[in-house]
Design a protein around this ligand. Structure first.
Ligand SMILES: [Zn+2]
Length: 258
């Protein structure tokens, strides 16, 4: 199921290997949540019925409108909060990971880390920052199995990340997965902020150089969370789309009979 063609397409801002993550995600975490439950009390667009879980941009726009402040201001506040909270909890290594190690999760996540670094060039503008997050494939230890899938699919052009970078994203992912897997917390209008507030409590490894860490850690956390919200919206749409199609078909039939 994993061996699809890997081409990173920046024009739409996501890897075609997105399917890997969606497949892994669906199988591992979300099978038990019925679509009806997902849509209850949610930030879902009612008109079309198909576009559920509105985009982050739209979500923030609505909040900005409600509180009469600019979207950029909300984003800046979130970044500041992240920096303030995370920087007091930096640790040398993650001892008890939030996301327990699971081979399928890990290989999909490792490739997603590479995609994040590839798709957000500002993370690697500085050589010292780059050194802390980008790895040479040959220098990764043999017993680091998360790299398996990326090695298999790389053909020499995928980005390999360092173990601290992978562990950092795995921590963040642990929170996001819990967030989306908990029916009481997801798909409310401020789902993104809820997620970030929980991420604020993490103990992370201080990647990036000292000079740029303050700016890049919050940026990276937000970009990753944004990507995951995007995936989640896709997953939910995939769940609901067949039902919508069936409804349209039924209406069409009714129309024909009338
Ligand atoms: Zn730097």
């Amino acid at each position: 199921m994993f061996l699809t063609e890997t081409v990173w397409d920046n024009s739409i801002g996501e890897p075609s290997s997105i399917s890997i993550f969606l497949v892994a995600d669906n199988q591992i975490c979300y099978n038990s949540i019925p679509a009806e439950y997902c849509t209850k009390n949610a930030n879902i667009e009612e008109d079309e019925g198909v576009n559920c879980l509105v985009s982050l941009g739209k979500c923030l726009q609505q909040q900005a409108k409600a509180s009469d402040i600019a979207v950029a201001t909300i984003k800046e506040c979130l970044k500041e909060e992240l920096l303030e909270e995370l920087s007091i909890r930096f640790v040398g290594d993650v001892i008890n990971p939030k996301a327990k190690s699971d081979y399928l999760d890990d290989v999909a996540m490792y490739e997603l880390c590479g995609y994040l670094v590839h798709a957000r060039p500002s993370l690697t503008n500085c050589q010292d920052c780059k050194k802390s997050i980008v790895a040479d494939e040959l220098h990764l230890p043999d017993d680091f199995l998360a790299v398996d899938l990326t090695k298999m699919r790389s053909k020499g052009f995928l980005t390999f990340v360092t173990i601290p970078m992978f562990k950092t994203i795995r921590e963040i992912e642990g929170v996001i997965k819990w967030h989306f897997n908990n029916p009481e917390h997801f798909y409310v209008l401020d789902t993104f902020q809820h997620c970030l507030t929980k991420i604020c409590n993490l103990h992370l490894i201080p990647i990036f150089c000292e000079q740029h860490r303050e700016a890049l850690i919050p940026y990276m956390v937000m970009e990753y969370t944004k990507i995951r919200h995007h995936f989640e919206a896709k997953r939910l749409n995939n769940l609901l789309l067949p039902k919508q199609k069936a409804k349209v078909k039924a209406k069409f039939k009714q129309g024909k009979l009338a």
